[in-house]
Design a binder for this molecule. Structure first.
Ligand code: NAD
Ligand code: ZN
Ligand code: ZN
Length: 402
């Protein structure tokens, strides 16, 4: 079968690999219909993880079950399913509590396991024609419809970026009436903006440097803020101060203190770019902006990844993932902070049902549908965030890829 393999820094290759096999009676074998390329894959692609060449990558996976082990009770061959990128056992303490991002069983090295990812256990990735699914009863989310129907682009986003954006909104404590700023208009940021609406936000800003991505944010109803037009924190404060609806509803003295937002979502992570120069990384740029922008008693939801070891960090502290943060300001404002990998299974069923009911259409952010042969080139373009490459999906249906 064909699969996308990490072949070295900035090199992905499509190679022939042996077919995966059932290894336990609780496994399933999935015939992949769509697999997506994630911003997280780019950390590996750029050599910012310790990944060794030869790994089949891909953790955003959906398809149709080809076969199931003898102990699989609820999933049958022919069932259409999407997989959470985290692999859970379903029975450990953390899975039991819904913290499937911290499964204690599936990775010998540390809590959390995923398909095709550095440091996340021995699981082969799903940017491939077939993938083995451990604990299939627990990890498969059943989907209605037929492969490649109008829901295909929506459902593939249930593997990761839609639940992850939603998790960002939960961690940032987005509730009805709240003001929200999302840093990053990549797939995760766009899904965080959509999720903020689902959770009842009154106002959503979306910050990035890339016009096509900010345009997607606007289409989703967010107010785009381009960092190239000046300090994004000041842009948002200025806009809020000038809004008569906002100021007229406040008591004397409040406007100056509340011109920020209640909820800030970091959908960028440790490869954040500096305000002044997009080519230059500034790992704490978004965190510093978030702390400055948050209103007193506000909350930060950090789903952009901060990862160590980072072979590309600019100094030893950065290589170990240690950064200086404005802690006194965080304390002074009494900000709440939530962060980490998304427990996809906590949200994917509810978000699926919003899609099926026609309430949301997350697949509108998919910019490119490609056959697997074009994956190496798509990695290059997505990595440059060029040519409108916002969300790329690999379709295992040559005729329909376009
Ligand atoms: N927590 C999780 O479970 C989880 C899951 C999936 C992805 N992620 C992480 O989320 C992050 C975003 O991933 P993505 O798939 O959306 O792709 P992405 O990396 O393409 O998106 C990041 C966006 O941030 C923008 N950006 C860079 N610096 C910025 C700054 N200073 N201010 C505002 N915007 C800035 C970039 O232009 C880009 O559009 C990555 O770190 C990824 O690893 C986390
Ligand atoms: Zn991902
Ligand atoms: Zn577990």
């Amino acid at each position: 079968m064909q699969a996308v393999v990490f072949a070295g820094i900035e090199t992905m290759r499509v190679e022939d690999q042996g077919m995966p096999e059932l290894q336990a009676p609780t496994d399933a074998l999935l015939k992949v219909t769509t697999a997506a390329i994630c911003g997280s894959d780019l950390h590996m692609y750029e050599g910012r993880t310790g990944l060794r060449p030869g790994q089949v990558v891909g953790h955003e996976i959906m398809g149709v079950n080809e076969s199931v082990g003898d102990a699989v009770a609820s999933i049958r061959p022919g069932d259409r399913v999407v997989l959470p990128f985290n692999i859970g056992c379903g029975f450990c303490r953390d899975c039991h509590r819904g913290d499937t991002n911290m499964c204690l069983t599936m990775n010998q090295e540390k809590p959390h396991a995923a398909y095709g990812y550095a440091g996340m256990g021995p699981y082969s990735g799903g940017q491939a024609e077939y993938v083995r699914v451990p604990h299939a009863d627990f990890n498969c989310l059943k989907l209605p419809g037929e492969p490649f129907d109008a829901w295909e682009d929506d459902f593939i986003l249930l593997a990761d970026v839609f639940p992850t954006g939603y998790h960002g909104a939960v961690l940032a404590q987005v509730k009805p009436g709240k003001s929200v700023a999302v840093f990053g208009a990549g797939p995760v940021g766009l899904m965080a903006a959509l999720s903020s609406w689902i959770r009842g936000a009154a106002e959503v800003y979306c910050v990035d440097f890339i016009p096509e991505r900010l345009e997607k944010a606007r289409e989703l109803g967010a107010i785009p803020v381009n960092v190239r037009d000046g300090d994004p924190v000041e842009q948002i404060r200025e806009r809020r101060r000038k809004s008569s609806g906002f100021t007229a509803g406040l008591r004397p003295g409040e406007a100056g203190k509340l011109s920020g937002v209640d909820c800030v979502i970091d959908a960028v992570g440790y490869q954040a770019r500096s305000h002044r120069n997009y080519q230059q990384e500034s790992p704490t740029q978004v965190l510093e902006d978030a702390v400055r922008l948050a209103n007193p008693a506000g909350a930060l939801g950090i789903v952009g990844v901060y990862m160590a070891p980072d072979p590309g960090g600019r100094d030893e502290a950065a290589r170990q993932g240690s950064f200086v943060l404005p802690l006194a300001q965080i304390f002074d404002k009494a900000l709440s902070i939530g962060l980490g990998q998304c427990p996809v299974k906590r949200y994917n069923e509810a978000l699926r049902d919003l899609i099926v009911a026609g309430r949301v259409h997350p697949g509108s952010i998919v910019s490119h549908r490609i056959p697997i042969a074009q994956a190496p080139d798509a990695y290059r373009k997505f990595d440059r965030r060029s040519d409108g490459y916002t969300k790329v999906v690999i379709r295992f249906d040559q005729l329909r890829a376009a």
